[in-house]
Design a protein around this ligand. Structure first.
Ligand SMILES: [Zn+2]
Length: 294
């Protein structure tokens, strides 16, 4: 499998886990306005909308940068018990086969980055070995936002106040705790640099600890934005949150900031769930912003 784009001299592969119709738009956008969406719907079909449903992807991004192998977000994983979001429960996908088509082995991954600790971004952190959930990438350092590690821990003080704790049921236990127990986790704060010319920045709202991962090389810049954006409609309407955003005021502020930042120098936005070209650029227009196919 060939890389899908470069960031300067770094190569990036896209590893798809799942694709499908997720929900009608009013089931994704908390601030959905039918008329505004209808004006854009034709342009979003079929890459982002099919049969009146949001068409979404689960995908991980694999970066080779100066000999370092970095995996960004790890999807839903196989065989996991997800009582409140069955679409991502007990999956049996060939994600690992597709991962290896990049030419890399599981043992080659040096760094796993989870932009946040939601169900569909941490799943392949672990796999079932017949007895236990064990790290899928045994030689990797797993980078978790320290704030999310606190927020999503069912034994912690913040967890009872989390809006999405039902959706995230079992996730900490089967996909985070085994990594902590194996001593492979590094809990990081704003400004952490996992490798040269790469930085994680706080981007709160969708979850309290959500981070954006910025990679620079030879004048190119890419922003791995996790769930700051679920759909290109949110470039046009940065005030539209997903129903899964914990703090909707903060999430909308973060989204606008990230879009403005990317538009300022033509940085590539690389979200976790986009169909179509899977990553985008954004352009400033008179009244706001427009998504551009990458
Ligand atoms: Zn997500």
């Amino acid at each position: 499998m060939e890389p899908v784009f470069n960031i300067g001299r770094h190569k990036v592969w896209r590893i798809e886990e799942w694709a499908g119709k997720f929900a009608p738009p009013e089931g994704l956008f908390a601030e959905y306005e039918a008329e505004a969406f209808a004006m854009e719907e034709e342009g979003f079909t079929p890459d982002y909308v099919q049969d009146g449903q949001i068409y979404a992807i689960l995908q991980s991004w694999l970066i080779e940068a100066d000999g370092q192998v970095i995996l960004v977000d790890t999807g839903a994983g196989n065989g996991k018990d997800r009582p409140h979001i069955p679409v991502f429960g007990q999956l049996e996908t060939d994600f690992i086969t597709r991962f290896k088509q990049s030419g890399k082995q599981l043992e080659d991954v040096d760094i796993v980055i989870c932009t946040h600790l939601h169900i569909d971004h941490v799943g392949w952190n672990t796999r079932w070995d017949g007895e236990n959930w064990v790290p899928t990438f045994p030689n990797a350092k797993y980078i978790f936002p320290a704030i999310d590690r606190q927020a999503w821990d069912p034994a912690g003080e913040i967890y009872p106040s989390m809006r999405g704790r039902d959706v995230n049921a079992n996730v900490f236990e089967d996909s985070i705790q085994p990594i902590l127990d194996a001593g492979l986790a590094e809990l990081v704060e704003d400004g952490f640099e996992p490798a040269p010319s790469m930085v994680l920045r706080n981007a709160p709202g969708h979850t309290p600890g959500h981070m954006v991962f910025e990679v620079r090389s030879e004048g190119d810049r890419a922003l791995f934005t996790g769930d700051i954006l679920h759909h290109p409609m949110q470039v046009i309407r940065p005030d539209w949150n997903s129903v899964y955003c914990e703090d909707r005021v903060a999430a909308a502020q973060t989204r606008r900031h990230v879009i403005e930042d990317a538009a300022s120098d033509g940085a590539r936005i690389v979200p976790a769930h986009f169909g179509g070209s899977h990553s985008i650029f954004v352009q400033k227009t008179e009244g706001g912003f427009r998504p551009i196919k990458a």
